[in-house]
Design a protein around this ligand. Structure first.
Ligand code: ACO
Length: 372
């Protein structure tokens, strides 16, 4: 049987964008602590930082906000296309094809541009909200240019002007999701771009990687787990049964973090600040503590703790977002990191082309003769 490494420990490149230290639980964006940025800066400010390498001054921020607000409207052909998909097509696949559909001549140049990155980032929440509202039988809404990126997303989903506390919580979540080194989706995007393909194709590839439950698809399953558990008393028997059956607990474990994911910690604090310690938060805390104890019993020495997805589920539920848009919302944060990496990749590009070790049978060398 082939040895499966998942490229663990392999350094695939250098980056100035983000630093993750899994032993210490550090997450740094271009020299700033992500957890500090999440509570003190807006989505647009951190996006500017990741794209440009420094925080914006007043004028730079105003320019970016205006540019993003101007790019939010979906072209008519895209709206028509979104209307054509049957309801059974998962939203992440719809997003993936929407990225391809946005790849007109101006937006598929080599090298990619910051303008293209801003356009895709500005449009993504509008696409999510358009599709989500259509499936609910609700009229899609027009963006409000006076609202910031996070506030406008909430408005497009709900049709109500959002409360300040909700905007802050969503913004903190999106910022904490923006960047995470050479994670699976960022790597997928960089691989696509390294062929001198374009930003739309590369973001589409990254969305494909993000969709899976081992990466961005977990928060939905965390909610199902918490709902199935239901009460504190049921937590231990429920978790034990899953672990006895060899199942993985969603929202736990990480390739890099061997301590609690710092994003989970920051989201736990943000959720608590927003909703207080209600019954569902209390249950989440209890499930976390019980699962960490049982994981050490069933998987000793593997150092399995909560990852970002566990408290992402709590915060998104507290914001009354439907579980089917949890992973798309994660994507609306991570697209900033992806596009920053794609721009960095294009500045100093070499095609990604690793090797594999063949372990199949080796045939005798044939003696070729011409056919008569
Ligand atoms: N529950 C139970 N056991 C686990 C878990 C878990 N959540 N995670 C890892 N393990 C166990 C594995 O079974 C394995 O045990 P073994 O040594 O007996 O074979 C050991 O810990 C190592 O796990 P791997 O799967 O090899 O770790 P890897 O680094 O490949 O995977 C991953 C990391 C995918 C995150 C994994 O921990 C997992 O599947 N977690 C659950 C899904 C999840 O929460 N995904 C979101 C990740 S965060 C993000 O991407 C944004």
């Amino acid at each position: 049987m082939a040895k499966v490494t998942g490229l663990e420990g392999v350094v695939a490149g250098e980056t100035e964008i983000g630093w993750v230290d899994g032993e210490k639980g550090y997450l740094v964006y271009r020299g700033y602590w992500a957890k500090e940025l999440a509570v003190s800066k807006s989505y647009e400010e951190v996006a500017y930082l990741l794209w440009n390498g420094h925080l914006p001054d007043v004028e730079e921020l105003a320019q970016l906000k205006a540019q993003m607000a101007a790019e939010r409207e979906l072209p008519e052909y895209l709206r028509k296309m979104l209307d054509l998909y049957p309801a059974s097509v998962p939203l992440m696949l719809v997003l993936q094809s929407a990225m391809a559909a946005l790849g007109d001549q101006e937006n598929t140049t080599w090298p990619p541009t910051l303008k293209q990155a801003v356009r895709l980032t500005a449009m993504l929440p509008a696409i999510i909200a358009y599709r989500y509202r259509s499936l609910q039988g609700l009229e899609p809404l027009k963006s409000l240019p006076e609202l910031g990126h996070a506030a406008n997303y909430l408005y497009l989903l709900t049709g109500k002007l959002p409360e300040e506390a909700h905007v802050k919580a969503l913004s903190a979540y999106l910022i904490l999701c923006m960047e995470h080194g050479m994670n699976a989706s960022t790597f997928a995007g960089r691989v696509v771009l390294s062929t001198e393909s374009d930003i739309c194709a590369a973001v589409g590839g990254a969305i494909g990687a993000m969709k899976g439950p081992l990466h961005g698809g977990a928060p939905y399953e965390v909610i199902s787990m918490l709902e199935e558990i239901g009460t504190k008393e049921r937590a231990e028997p429920w978790l034990r049964e899953k672990l006895e059956g060899g199942e993985k607990l969603m929202g736990f474990g990480h390739r890099i973090y061997k301590t609690k994911d710092p994003r989970a910690e920051a989201l736990q604090i943000a959720t608590l600040a927003m909703i207080g310690k209600d019954a569902s938060f209390d249950l989440a805390l209890h499930v976390e503590a019980t699962a960490v104890k049982l994981l050490e019993e069933y998987k000793p020495g593997r150092r399995l703790f909560t990852n970002v997805e566990f408290y992402a589920a709590a915060i998104l539920k507290a914001l009354h977002l439907a579980p089917e848009i949890f992973t798309p919302t994660f994507t609306a944060g991570r697209i900033v990191g992806w596009t920053a990496h794609l721009l960095e990749q294009s500045e100093n590009n070499r095609i990604f082309r690793p090797q594999s070790t063949y372990i199949g049978p080796i045939p005798e060398e044939p003696v070729l003769t011409g056919h008569s």
